[in-house]
Design a protein around this ligand. Structure first.
Ligand SMILES: [Zn+2]
Length: 202
């Protein structure tokens, strides 16, 4: 299943099981909206400034809780990856979870800092500053995704409110797809350029 998110395409496995409510799941499957829709079972209210402040603090740095949860699942499934991997050609930017050999970049964007359409609520104080800050973060995300694609990378972006197992499923699926297509490609290359036959030994 493919979900379009602005310039990004997000693959999701068809066995979504993150929400028990059938109506929500069906809505999710029909969804053509940006990013994967938030599930009510995970809904958080960011209306109050207290909540916003907590969220800002919680999502400031690297190794956020959602990132750690996804990494733990991937690791348990046998995937090996790099974290905070420098974007090739943009050394000041990093990829949250990178598979350099497969050229697959995964970002788990914080709902506040990256302007999640479901959760971002503009703080009342310094509204102008925060609008500009979020706009520049979103611009930078697009630049990084675009740059990586130009370099031949696959890019997956998720919101931190997505359930970790759903994110891990989507990453696993994409990783397997790339690996399969790489091995098919190398078979084609081998058949087009077979190794030179060995002559008899002297
Ligand atoms: Zn969100």
């Amino acid at each position: 299943m493919l979900i379009r998110c602005g310039a990004d395409d997000i693959h999701l496995p068809s066995n979504l099981h993150c929400c028990r409510r059938v109506d929500v799941r069906q809505r999710l499957l029909r969804s053509e909206v940006s990013h994967v829709r938030m599930l009510p079972c995970m809904a958080m209210s960011w209306a109050s400034s207290d909540n916003s402040r907590k969220t800002m603090r919680a999502n400031r740095g690297k190794d956020t809780r959602p990132e750690l949860a996804v990494r733990r699942i991937l690791h348990a499934r046998g995937f090996r990856y790099r974290v905070h991997f420098k974007v090739p050609g943009m050394p000041r930017r990093t990829i949250d979870i990178a598979f350099p050999r497969q050229r697959l970049a995964v970002f788990i964007d914080g709902c506040f800092w990256h302007g999640c359409p479901d959760h971002y609520a503009k703080p009342k104080a310094n509204a102008g500053f925060w609008s500009e800050k979020n706009a520049s973060n979103i611009r930078r995300d697009l630049e990084v995704s675009h740059h990586l694609r130009q370099e031949g990378w696959g890019v997956l972006r998720f919101w931190e409110h997505h359930e970790p197992v759903v994110i891990a499923d989507a990453i696993s699926h994409e990783h397997q797809t790339i690996t399969r297509s790489n091995s098919q490609q190398s078979l084609v290359n081998e058949s087009q350029h077979p190794a030179a036959p060995r002559g008899p030994g002297i």
